[in-house]
Design a binder for this molecule. Sequence first.
Ligand code: ADP
Length: 382
Amino acid sequence: MSTIPPNQSIATKTLNEALERSEKALHELKIQKLALDHHAIVSMTDPQGRITYANERFCAITKYSQRELIGKDHCIINSGHHSKEFFLDLWRTITSGKVWQGEICNRTKDGKQYWVQSTIVPLPELDGKLQGYISIRTDITKRKLLEEQNLFAMKELECSNRELDAFAYIASHDLKEPLRGIHNYSQFLLEDYSALLDDEGCDKLETLKRLAQRMDDLIGTLLRFSRVGRTKLDLSPVNIGDLARETCNALQAAIDEAGAQVEVAADLPDVVCDPVLAGQIFQNLIANAIKYRGRDSGQVEVGWDGDPWRPVFHVRDDGIGIREKDFKSIFRIFKRLHGQDKYGGGLGAGLTFARKIVEHHGGRIWVESQSSEGSIFYFTLS
Ligand code: ADP
């Protein structure tokens, strides 16, 4: 009977354990590869970039068979979208042992373009030799298409907004001149010919003058409105608390006359904005909060919440409030919810200005309110 020397049985045991461990590791690796192949488009190349492996997803998206791919380099799927420098940078990165990540536009066998988000990893060296590279990609064609569509729509919108602003500017500028003529001639008639007119005639001329003046105001508003969209923002870091307090100072006479009180929160943060334009937002909102106060109201509060890097500012009042059905229409130009001379009058453009300035900054403005319960106007500046 042969007996195994004790040192040999220890060696066999150790070998068996190592075998078991490597089988387990191999099994885990197979599972991970299976999962990766399910999720991603994977290929491997030798150090020269010749394809040594392409998974099913790679074949499915490129429409090439494995046989057609193996031995070729990735030029086979080059769409011509990227510059030479783009690929030089990619090669420079991976040949220096670093991981390259980026979005690549490729081309299928039948000439269609598709986009992938790629990660290319240099394989660890073996015996001092570079083994090649592994590329893992996900198909982002749909996302890129959507991005392109959005960009196109945005550009179109910007273009039509610019055209509209230019149109409003030219139209209103040209309208001002004949209007001034109507106003001035009505005045001359009143001054020089009133003796020839009866009272009714004079009244009618006065009305003509008043209407011409109102039209001039409306056109002036249109002009200013179009200017906001056409001017570049003069951005700088601004303390919104200081800005709101300066606005209150400018409105002090109206605040006192109304017996109102405006409280500005002490901790309003700094934001990057155009201070002159942002001041006009507060000017319009605070002036409205005072103007549309109820009989026993007049408490106005300027505050903020949200994140300091994306604050939501608000102007809250305890005034007459706004019905929900008017939440949108009040931001339309020349829209008033009241008669022309009610609540101190107005052209119905303050909120339109505020919205335009906010949107020019990339922000949003909205209102929450209930009839007779006061209103809160919220806005962001980014
Ligand atoms: P204007 O004040 O000149 O009419 P705005 O554009 O500033 O123009 O406001 C549009 C309308 O929205 C106002 O006519 C008013 O009916 C309503 N409104 C604005 N702010 C308030 C407020 N704080 N409380 C109640 N109603 C308001």
